[in-house]
Design a protein around this ligand. Structure first.
Ligand SMILES: Cc1cc2nc3c(=O)[nH]c(=O)nc-3n(C[C@H](O)[C@H](O)[C@H](O)COP(=O)(O)OP(=O)(O)OC[C@H]3O[C@@H](n4cnc5c(N)ncnc54)[C@H](O)[C@@H]3O)c2cc1C
Length: 522
């Protein structure tokens, strides 16, 4: 075998299992389809490498993978660090009762507790300091109070580094020079948050505690090898382990190759892992015993966004993208479990001008004037993006279907909204209530009111945990039924909607899987 372990994907599942096994002395190879990114290469303007192309990844390997299926679009990250590169940093736990239905009995809230704590500590999660509350946080608290939900308002833990001395009141607060540099516990340089609202676009000052600043460098320090731009296409059992085949994508070309390992951990995300296993079973025929449950009980985690317009400043383009929630996970509203979060978005125009500035564009004075103006005058200054996640029916089904156009087998989602409609309607009604209570005018997107189309950044399931191959693809240890030493360790194994942002739960499950592999001496 070339390695003890090959990990496929470097998001929460891959970075964490890879890191912990390297730390324990395993020879680890992490194969990641996307590239490494840093603040000088983050996409900022038209023409930059924004998106990932499934047809031609050798030409277009940007960090946003957006897949569109009938009535559902799914956003995910592509790059060393996976979804952490573009996520909103919310690190939270679901309520204990989430684990009471649909999970193997070994997975309970108290079983996961130590792993949740480890992830939170390693990712150095923090709340927005009291002196740095954004306008959106104040609006959330006001809305909760006005609508009679004051005790449901809660600040969230974020994987962001804050400087307790930073305030909105200081001179030129959003100047990146106001970010304080420091070296984190994993020995990597970061900076403190100056509220630029670029969390989903790559932080200009490295205030986000992303996986490429903690778990991944820690894995590399312990000998793990991370290969970027390696798109894994197939898995097959060989004597003593598995062969992992991939295309190395670079310079507009694909070059195929393969490596072998005793253990393989598939951590390509909910859609990536599901597709890889479907292709290995149904196309290549190399893993024929995979459970017939593969692809079933997929969840969009009940994500929804309602913008509301105010005649006062809301400032969605300043501050961390999300910072607080109003918690209805107890099912008190119409019997549905969900929570509402504040949302934000980057100031695209200011970012574009910043990028031009950094590239030394002529007429520097003009650019400087516009930059400062635009950081202060946001085009959507009066908009509040109300976000939410909820417990949907988790009844999506992924399969491979031949495209009539290309004849190729493509990933297909059967998504029936009927059983999840009530939770989304309840979220919309709550968004409306919170907006009206604070003088806002909510605009329910016609994509929902007319078409019942949804978009989610929180895909869950596809290779679900179960008790047997009849109700799952992997067991509670993440090991694939029928294939010893083949694991799935990412969002694909979560068998039910969580109703909250999932990264800490995915991380906790990955910590647990790595620990059991070590303890069992695999
Ligand atoms: C805009 C946005 C905001 C979000 N905000 C939050 C938030 O605030 N809090 C939160 O908890 N969650 C958030 N999420 C969701 C979070 O990012 C995901 O839940 C999390 O990243 C999933 O972890 P994972 O390990 O399952 O997969 P990922 O993190 O998606 O990692 C999978 C990795 O595998 C790679 N890969 C895929 N296929 C292959 C292949 N064939 N070969 C090699 N590599 C492959 C991918 O490039 C990727 O790097 C957000 C997501 C988005 C898109």
């Amino acid at each position: 075998m070339d390695f003890d372990v090959i990990v496929i994907g470097s998001g929460f599942g891959g970075a964490i299992t890879g890191c912990r096994l390297a730390e324990a002395g395993y020879r680890v190879l992490i194969l990641e389809r996307g590239r490494r990114w840093d603040k000088d290469s983050y996409p900022r303007k038209p023409g930059d490498m924004w998106t990932w192309s499934h047809q031609h990844p050798e030409l277009e390997h940007g960090w946003l993978d957006l897949r569109v299926f009938p009535h559902m679009a799914v956003a995910a990250g592509a790059g060393v660090g996976g979804g952490s590169l573009i996520y909103a940093n919310v690190s939270c736990e679901p309520p204990a009762k989430i684990f009471e239905k649909g999970w193997p009995p070994e997975i309970t809230y108290s079983e996961l507790q130590p792993y949740y704590e480890t992830v939170a500590r390693f990712m150095n999660v923090q709340k927005v300091p009291a002196n740095q509350w954004t306008r959106r946080m104040r609006l959330m608290q006001e809305a909760a109070g006005q609508a009679g939900f004051g005790d449901r308002f809660t600040q969230l833990e974020l994987a962001v580094s804050f400087d307790p001395d930073w305030t909105y009141e200081q001179d030129d607060p959003f100047n990146p020079a106001k970010s304080k540099k420091f070296v984190n516990a994993q020995g990597v340089e970061q900076g403190t948050c100056v509220h630029l609202a670029n969390c989903d676009f790559g932080c200009d000052v490295y205030a986000k505690n992303t996986l490429d600043r903690n778990y991944i460098p820690w894995a590399e320090k312990h000998g793990a090898e991370v290969r970027e731009l390696h798109l894994v296409s197939r898995l097959e059992p060989v004597q003593g382990g598995y062969r992992v085949s991939y295309d190395r994508i670079a310079d507009g070309r694909r070059a195929s190759g393969s490596q072998t390992a005793r253990l393989v951990i598939v951590a390509a995300g909910s859609l990536g892992s599901t597709e890889l296993l479907l292709r290995s079973r149904d196309e290549a025929g190399t893993l024929p015993q995979l459970s017939p449950f593969l692809g079933r009980n997929w969840s969009s985690n009940g994500d929804f966004l309602t913008p509301a317009f105010y005649d006062r400043e809301i400032d969605p383009s300043h501050g961390p993208t999300i910072a607080c929630a109003i918690n209805f996970l107890d099912g008190s509203q119409n019997g549905q479990a969900f929570w509402v979060e504040d949302g934000g978005f980057p100031n695209l125009l200011a970012n574009f001008l910043d990028a031009e500035h950094a590239r030394g564009v002529k007429s520097k004075m003009l650019l400087d004037t516009f930059r400062h103006l635009l950081r202060d005058v946001e085009p959507f200054r009066n908009v509040m993006p109300w976000f939410a996640q909820g417990v949907d029916a988790a009844n999506g089904v992924f399969s491979l279907k031949r495209s009539v156009l290309t004849g190729e087998a493509e990933l297909h989602l059967d998504w029936d909204i009927a059983k999840s409609r009530e939770v989304i309607d309840t979220i919309v009604a709550t968004h409306e209530k919170l907006s009206h209570a604070t003088g806002g005018k909510p605009v329910v997107p016609p994509t929902w009111s007319l078409l019942h189309d949804l978009i989610t950044p929180h895909p869950l399931g596809g290779c679900n945990m179960g008790n047997t191959p009849a109700d799952g693809v992997v067991n509670h240890k993440g090991e694939v039924f029928g294939y010893p030493n083949l694991y799935v360790a990412d969002g694909a194994i979560i068998p039910e909607a969580l109703g909250v942002n999932p990264s800490r739960t995915i991380g906790a499950l990955a910590e647990r899987i790595a620990r059991l592999i070590r303890e069992e001496g695999r």
